[in-house]
Ligand binder design. Structure first.
Ligand SMILES: [Zn+2]
Length: 105
């Protein structure tokens, strides 16, 4: 009899642990929602017209500038548009090697 109660008690603990781990698994989901909120703010920062830049493509990721420019850099009297400041930062590390990919007009 006692062992039977003990087993049920153990099962109850296991169920509690599973429920607890389910709750903790939901926490990262909330972080994803936060990230989405930040991402949705990016288009608002996209305020550079395509006509302002001299490149056709983001030299870092290859994305066409018509998809949206959220950051620009000046390089050899040309204005280079980037989809993100992260792409600009990466371009600045090796502009000579990446400028061809920008397809300057
Ligand atoms: Zn990019």
């Amino acid at each position: 009899m006692f062992t039977g109660i003990k087993q049920r008690f153990t099962q109850l603990i296991v169920v509690t642990i599973v429920l607890a781990s389910c709750n903790s698994a939901e926490a990262p989901k909330q972080e994803v929602v936060d990230t989405t909120a930040q991402t949705s703010m990016e288009p608002a920062a996209t305020s550079f017209p395509v006509s302002m830049v001299n490149n056709k493509k983001d030299p870092t990721c290859g994305m066409p500038v018509t998809a949206g420019i959220s950051d620009t850099a000046h390089y050899k009297d040309k204005v280079i548009g980037f989809c993100s400041s992260g792409c600009k930062d990466e371009f600045k590390l090796a502009p000579e090697a990446n400028i061809a990919a920008a397809e300057l007009q």
